[in-house]
Write a protein that binds this ligand. Structure first.
Ligand code: MLC
Ligand code: AMP
Length: 497
């Protein structure tokens, strides 16, 4: 039996007694124990009717069993579909309808809402609670700890990760076994990750960064992970002296730099600080070097493409650049589908084993963004210098990145425009010292009695809290150009802090 992803990440550790996950409560799960736990969960999944290619939705706390669910899904040949724990019932409804999963696993506190959403489609619901209890746990504890791994090849789907879109509708990025194994292998080699490493893992595990970049590379190398429930600065500072790597979004680094306890001595055993998911300011890069004597390694990626470029491990890590295309990944900078002259600004396009298989149920959208020649159009604007080093200079897509979370203005505008009394709205990002960008909504009202508080209350049940505008500005009209297009650049400069 072969299963491309399971063999690369998990099967190899069946006899490995080394620590894999070290948790906040002090418990340590060895690799071998983890593989047995995943097999127990795989048995629960198949008992629940899960078969190869079925989607399994997971909206669960950050727990060892949540990672074991990932391994179990891969072992049963199913497609793992993790969702942000912040999503509201209204948002979940879309994902459930679109993905039609066989099984949903959620926290017991959300089981009522989830069962309502799943009832029509006869989807089973199991629970996994923050304290580690729940119906999944009970069933897994009683299940055998071996499981016959289901055959899966490189082109089979392993995961479906939803990413919001400029049209306001989320798109499920289909990631194959080959996509995930190839990228994790390349990164492990590039960043020289070995079994001697200990990673501080403080990212959420429902996105590419925390789930694939951080987890899959450690699994390939057999490294240990200090598995933190969330970003907690006190905990990170206390674990730095016993760790070797940290992977985070720029907010992690600005927060660390904002704390006087973060010193060069504390980082003496650390050999790699990776930043990605959002632009790292050059000033953060240099302040970090001044404080620690080490250089943050910035890399660039996307849900659809996994990681695309990285600064070198050995060699110059240049602030404001995202480095070179990873081995096996081709990058071209284009304008109107043609390569631009070297050094000119254009759209970043990417091809390689890392590039996804298309959007779930959206063949037209797939054709728009994934060319027949295999190049994926990222929507990011960049340049390539004579050595092949890439810099990201902006975004063609209308997107706000706040603390590493993507927020698509169109989705928020659609919700705002549906509110009675709202004539129109424009959502945009302004610089924010902690999150990089924060969300503002400009609203044109039919009725002057409609207040920001009322609007905030109306959108709260519909949008995850990280997406909600932090400020509403009421305007008589939106600024438009001669073509009638809203000028978000004008709004951004009008309301810049
Ligand atoms: C939390 N909040 C945010 C937010 N995170 N608001 C805006 N932007 C964010 N990023 C809000 C919550 O909704 C809540 O609001 C309040 O802040 C407190 O929540 P919290 O959970 O206590 O916040 P905190 O722990 O401080 O979280 C901040 C953070 C976190 C930066 C640590 O957002 C984080 O872990 N971000 C990483 C995201 C990530 O993994 N991105 C990778 C995507 S993959 P209220 O109103 O309820 O009080 C990708 C591809 C690639 O992009 O290249 O990697
Ligand atoms: P997501 O859709 O959540 O996968 O986010 C992918 C987007 O994050 C990319 O298209 C970029 O716009 C952005 N991104 C990721 N890494 C970086 C980086 N190092 N610098 C700037 N933007 C980044």
């Amino acid at each position: 039996m072969t299963n491309t992803l399971y063999d690369a990440l998990f099967a190899r550790h069946a006899q490995n007694q080394a620590p894999f996950l070290e948790c906040d409560d002090g418990s340590i799960v060895s690799y071998a124990a983890f593989v047995r736990r995943a097999a127990q969960i795989a048995n629960v999944l198949t008992d629940a009717g899960v078969a190869a290619s079925d989607r399994i939705v997971i909206q669960a706390p950050k727990l060892v069993d949540t990672i074991a669910l990932y391994a179990a899904a891969v072992q049963t040949g199913a497609v793992y579909l993790p969702l942000n724990t912040a999503y509201t019932e209204a948002e979940l409804s879309y994902f459930i309808d679109d993905a039609s999963p066989r099984l949903v696993i959620c926290d017991a506190k959300d089981a009522g809402a989830m069962s309502r959403l799943c009832a029509d489609q006869k989807i089973s619901v199991l629970t996994l609670d923050a304290d580690g209890t729940g119906s999944l746990t009970v069933a897994a504890n009683a299940a055998p700890d071996t499981f016959d791994t289901v055959d899966r090849g490189p082109d089979d789907l392993a995961a479906l990760l939803y990413t919001s879109g400029t049209t306001g509708r989320s798109k499920g990025a289909m990631l194959s076994h080959r996509n995930l194994v190839s990228n994790a292998t390349v990164l492990t080699v590039h960043w020289q990750i070995t079994a001697s490493d200990r990673l501080i893992h403080a990212l959420p595990i429902f996105h590419t960064h925390g789930l694939f970049v951080a987890m899959n590379t450690s699994l390939i190398a057999g490294a240990s992970i200090r598995f933190m429930e969330r970003f907690d600065i006190d905990l990170i500072l206390s674990e730095l002296p016993r760790s070797t790597m940290l992977m985070g979004v720029p907010t992690f680094y600005t927060r660390l730099l904002g704390d006087a306890r973060f010193t060069q001595e504390l980082c003496a055993g650390m050999r790699l600080f990776v930043s990605g998911s959002a632009p790292l300011l050059a000033e953060t890069h240099s302040a970090f070097e001044d404080r620690t004597g080490q250089l943050i390694l910035e890399r660039y990626g996307m849900t659809e493409t996994n990681m695309i470029t990285s600064n070198p491990f050995d060699g110059a890590r240049v602030a404001g650049t995202v480095g070179f295309p990873l081995a096996g990944t081709q990058v071209v900078i284009t304008a109107n589908a043609m390569p631009v002259a070297q050094g000119d600004i254009g759209v970043i396009e990417v091809k390689g084993d890392n590039v996804f298989q298309g959007y779930w149920n959206m063949p037209d959208k797939t054709r728009e963004e994934l060319r027949e020649n295999g190049f994926f159009i990222t929507g990011d604007l960049g340049t390539m210098d004579a050595d092949g080093r890439i810099s990201i200079v902006g975004r063609e897509k209308d997107l706000i990145i706040s603390g590493g979370y993507n927020i698509y203005p169109k989705e928020i505008e659609d919700v705002l425009n549906d509110i009675e009394g709202v004539t129109e709205s424009a959502v945009f990002g302004v610089p924010h010292p902690d999150f990089g960008e924060s969300v503002i909504a400009a609203v044109v009202r039919e009725n002057q009695t409609l207040t920001a508080d009322t609007i905030a209350a109306r959108i709260a049940p519909l949008l995850a809290s990280f997406k909600r505008p932090r400020q509403f500005v009421m305007r008589d009209a939106l600024p438009r150009n001669t073509m009638g297009k809203v000028q978000k650049n004008v709004l951004r400069s009008d309301y810049a802090p």
